[in-house]
Design a protein around this ligand. Sequence first.
Ligand code: ADP
Ligand code: MG
Length: 699
Amino acid sequence: MTNSIPSLYGSLVFTDRVMRDKLPKDMYKALRKTIDNNTHLELDVANSVAVAMKEWAVENGATHYTHWFQPMTGFTAEKHDSFISPTGNGEVIMDFSGKELVKGEPDASSFPSGGLRATFEARGYTAWDPTSPAFIKDKTLYIPTAFCSYSGEALDKKTPLLRSMEALNREAIKVLKILKNTSVSSVSTTVGPEQEYFLVDKDLYKKRKDLIFCGRTLFGAPAPKGQEMEDHYFGALKPRVSEYMHDLDEELWRLGIPAKTKHNEVAPAQHELAPVFDTANVAADHNQLTMEVMKKVADRHNLVCLLHEKPFEGINGSGKHNNWSMITNTGVNLLDPGKTPAENTQFLVFLAAVIQAVDDYADLMRISVASPGNDHRLGANEAPPAIVSIFLGDELTAVLKSIENDTYFDQSPAIQMETGAHVLPHFIKDTTDRNRTSPFAFTGNKFEFRMLGSSLSVSGPNTVLNTAVAESLSQFAERLSAVPEGHLDHEVHELIKDTIKAHKKVIFNGNGYTDEWVEEAEKRGLFNLRSTPEALKEFVSSKNIQLFTKHAIYTKGEIESRYEILLENYSKTLHIEAKTLLEMMTKDLLPSLLTYEEQVAEAGAKKKAFSASISTIREEELLDKLTSLYEQISKHSEELGAMVATAEGMEDSLASAEYYQSQILPKMDEVRICADEAESLIPDDLLPYPTYSQLLFSI
Ligand code: ADP
Ligand code: MG
């Protein structure tokens, strides 16, 4: 098997090599031009590509094609059409045209649009994204597409990401030109998402309504053993997990997804998979596909892959570390400090741009990862805090400080630039940053944005990051373009210096989990947006609308629609959770509690009947405890039910989300505390649901 991996790799992908083989030379060249320079695709080229794609797909067993897109649900969507075309004599041919490749018209009326798409204009359209390769899955040719309303508003996650990559490219090129780097013609953003997940046994999963409906447990007493022994992290893989991972890798490789690293994570039953990075757009598509394949392969192994951010209380949740950088078409990573003074200057300018971007748009970064599931992680003692700050490491921080204070001089003056400041040591990966408490850490030649929840599409966070950095670069370009000849070096130095001065408040190299940091961050004036509703309010601030509209990422209407969708999604998620919890209490936990009460009462009565002098004090105490828990769970559930009814009647989406967050969630916690206590008393054979011990330690 091992020998054949290179030939297996990408075997289900319409790769560049396949295109070159299958397309007439001039058509291949025209397509390449479209992909590389983002130019218009002519219909004759589209037709030619369609024929080649269909031929290749049919050869590889495909019977259908689908425009694959990423609506605001956070999942992917697809509608399958077969290639067959009747010839009129009772026979069919396999047919696929350029028009069908380039544009689809799915009915958009059932996808969230946040009011953008009036129902009389239910049609949306999907447009081929030639920068992300087509692939075959389940006998279907998948064509990655963007999804828009008929009047052109984005209804998906891909469109804004592509727009933001374009904005960053535009502004980065301006700055590079000013810095006299004229060999570069385009800059892409690169992303490598590390994906965490849990595996649980499918038979156990099926017994828990909360896992089925909500993806997380809504209650459950802690297992006697948790993650305290730290024996799972990087531990040897259990055979069943190992088989799953092998199978998963192979399936991903076939789809051209460069799955590279896999290991056990900190929590029991928790694992991680990391691919080799790619351009942001392809990485986003691949990550969506990876999550899908993870679930599918798990099913084959009688497992369930949980991608929820916090499936188990008291146990680490799952995140997704978004490694991000910028790369030129000449292959230079702009966040690599480099070895020569010129590279250093370039690096420092781009580093400064990122620092300014994160400080100016920390609220948007936080918003981009806001979800009901992620609220259980951020700010807890396992994931980065909800406060966005940057970790640079001591070495780089010292370099910036010396630039700020004009004190930095390299040991070898011979290679100093005029400004005397820009020679940096070539960075070796800063090992001090196993400071995993930072939400946004520089790790040698890229930034690692660690606030993402495990189920999140990476498109949103990268859209924000690209746009915010594009804005810094745009400001830099404006300032530097006004500088007279001969003064550039000096002005670049001043620019870096001013940027550090203005934005160093966002740099923090200490422990992000402490209360002192929360206090300190407040003093520094940094945002601490604790919950999704609180964060989302900032999305529609005029500063943020201005940013997105200036760079043509979102129109004001698109922002408002997304704001609505996110708020609604928050309320709907909590609504489902509250209803599920109520059902589990009423139909299952309370009845078993009652059964146990009866058994205890009966046992006490039997003892007494045997001899009136035997003490039944223990039975009575236990009975009191059980009765009281029964009372409390019933009472809290009743109150929760009434609150849900109130929420259902609320019209305003922000008010509703705030009500779920501030009233319903704490009430669910009250139910949970009693339920967990009851669970710890009820014997296993009377418990209606598999326990944490069973779920976490059975594989
Ligand atoms: P870690 O120490 O966090 O495991 P790795 O070097 O293994 O770091 O990288 C983690 C992820 O970062 C991988 O997906 C990797 O491909 C990605 N990565 C590395 N370089 C870049 C880059 N320049 N841009 C984006 N992602 C990158
Ligand atoms: Mg990492």
